[in-house]
Design a protein. Structure first.
Ligand SMILES: *[C@@H]1O[C@H](CO)[C@@H](O)[C@H](O)[C@H]1NC(C)=O
Ligand SMILES: *[C@@H]1O[C@H](CO)[C@@H](O)[C@H](O)[C@H]1NC(C)=O
Ligand SMILES: *[C@@H]1O[C@H](CO)[C@@H](O)[C@H](O)[C@H]1NC(C)=O
Ligand SMILES: *[C@@H]1O[C@H](CO)[C@@H](O)[C@H](O)[C@H]1NC(C)=O
Ligand SMILES: *[C@@H]1O[C@H](CO)[C@@H](O)[C@H](O)[C@H]1NC(C)=O
Ligand SMILES: CC(=O)N[C@H]1CO[C@H](CO)[C@@H](O)[C@@H]1O
Length: 420
């Protein structure tokens, strides 16, 4: 399957967007996916805690459901009072968000932040949101003329980077993580952590070389299991990365991929209380039940599967199929206790995902990589290069691969002297 190619209409919108938003050319880059339709998708943000925070506090920073943050990181939600568990500073977690299409590009705009005393746009961008947004992006999104005057209690929109790429990577289901490059990172290291390849990361992010700069935001594809729920289901399009869980149907149903399987498997959630019936019609099977019957013709597998949540009702579907072999017992991604300290090889780093075959990676870049506006690295390393024009060389290389990227590069070049 070909990778989605950006269409020109989207690019013109994007150009207008860039023209209107005072682009400054700095070292940090983020991957932008042009879009034209108004649908949204599931995506993940890679977030590093700037201080000790309760699970509920992390969730409220992004206005997401605390239980979905826990399940996205395969943390055991049956742990007592888990939402008030304090997560340690510098812990890396994946935050599940909804990725929309705004002004022709993919981004999340559902996050708001209420300013507190001592906040500056830079501290909000670089510390609180850990480099996922830049001070300039917050300023632009909120039309702030004088960033030195922030009223306490001001409600700011915090635009956050996300990508969808049609929920696929090399033709297989994938969900994309927006990852802020840290000073210690290498492209090879990131690829290994997330069970992908350097080639794939370069294609997805339209990179011309393997060099990355702290503060760059990469789209990292995580292998996932996709749902096939009908359009009218409120969780239509649900996609779950291998190794983690998603909670849906008002906390009644949890879904995951089992190791070795690309099928989404859903069952009653451990939290399930006051849920609509989870029994399949005209059977005694409950959601997630699978029965097998060995016969001379093969294995008759009957299962009661989850098919989405609509109008407060859990839709179930009973199906039978004859398979050559009986499936083994379903295995689930292991759950971990809520972490209390940060280890170097944190369990939170990467969700295990299949090794994608580097040989099959597509050669067409999915995106253009453009400079993000005025962002500082999330973790300012001592003496790290910042604002260096020479590091735009990676842009030049990738622009050669994609004319539209070249247009944007030139545009950025053109505009930058005005705003520097
Ligand atoms: C998007 O993915 C669906 C299947 O998930 C596929 O049928 C469709 O062709 C894809 N579209 C593009 C533009 O790749
Ligand atoms: C069916 O699923 C329910 C809920 O997960 C479980 O308690 C029960 O043991 C299962 N029954 C069979 C026959 O698998
Ligand atoms: C498989 O089993 C189910 C119930 O156990 C039955 O209704 C169905 O007819 C069987 N299918 C085949 C192909 O044997
Ligand atoms: C949901 O409820 C609304 C109004 O009650 C109804 O019009 C609609 O058909 C229902 N949708 C489904 C999928 O049942
Ligand atoms: C999911 O991850 C496990 C490692 O935990 C791996 O063994 C398995 O192959 C992966 N499954 C898929 C479908 O990618
Ligand atoms: C001048 C400058 O900052 N160059 C840096 C560009 O990025 C590469 C790798 O990301 C560094 O090695 C260079 O020092």
């Amino acid at each position: 399957m070909p990778n989605p190619k950006p269409n020109f209409l989207s690019f013109y919108k994007l150009l207008c967007f860039l023209l209107l938003t005072d682009v400054a050319l700095v070292a940090s880059k983020s991957t932008i996916e042009p879009c034209s339709n108004s649908d949204s998708c599931n995506a993940l943000l890679g977030y590093t805690l700037y201080t000790d925070l309760k699970v509920a506090e992390v969730a409220s920073l992004f206005q997401v459901d605390p239980i979905s943050v826990l399940t996205a990181n395969a943390i055991d939600i049956s742990y007592p009072d888990v939402e008030n568990h304090i997560l340690p500073s510098q812990l890396f977690v994946k935050i599940p968000i909804l990725c929309s299409c705004v002004d022709g590009i993919r981004k999340s705009v559902s996050t708001h932040y209420k300013t507190r005393p001592q906040d500056t746009l830079s501290s909000i961008a670089d510390s609180i949101y850990a480099g996922l947004v830049s001070a300039d992006q917050i300023r632009e999104a909120n039309s702030i003329d004088d960033p030195s005057v922030l009223d306490v209690g001001q409600n700011l929109v915090v635009p956050l980077p996300c990508t969808c790429f049609n929920g696929t990577d090399n033709g297989l289901p994938a969900i994309y993580l927006s990852y802020v490059v840290k000073p210690v990172d290498t492209l090879a290291g990131i690829a290994a952590s997330y069970s992908t390849t350097i080639t794939d990361l370069m294609n997805v992010n339209a990179m011309g070389g393997t060099s990355i700069t702290p503060g760059d935001i990469l789209a990292v594809p995580l292998s996932a299991c996709a749902s096939n729920f009908p359009k009218y289901a409120s969780d239509h399009g649900l996609i779950v990365p291998n190794g983690s869980y998603a909670i849906t149907a008002s906390h009644c149903v949890q879904c995951s991929c089992g190791p070795g399987s690309r099928n989404l498997y859903c069952m009653p959630a451990s939290l399930a209380v006051s849920c609509s019936s989870m029994q399949c019609k005209s059977s005694n099977l409950m959601l997630g039940n699978v029965t097998v019957q060995q016969s001379s013709a093969g294995c008759n597998v009957t299962s009661c599967a989850y098919s989405g949540y609509a109008n407060g009702t859990i839709i179930t579907s009973l199906s039978s199929s004859l398979q050559p072999r009986c499936p083994g017992p379903q295995q689930f991604p292991p759950l971990v206790a809520p972490p209390t300290y940060v280890t170097r090889d944190s369990v939170f780093a990467p969700a295990p995902a299949p090794q994608s075959d580097g040989a099959t990676t597509a050669t067409v870049p999915k995106t253009s990589t453009v400079p993000s506006t005025g962002s500082l690295p999330g973790f300012p390393p001592a003496g790290a290069p910042f604002g260096s024009l020479s590091n735009a060389s990676t842009l030049m290389n990738s622009a050669a691969a994609l004319p539209a990227a070249l247009m944007m590069y030139l545009l950025a070049k053109l505009i930058s002297p005005l705003s520097l």
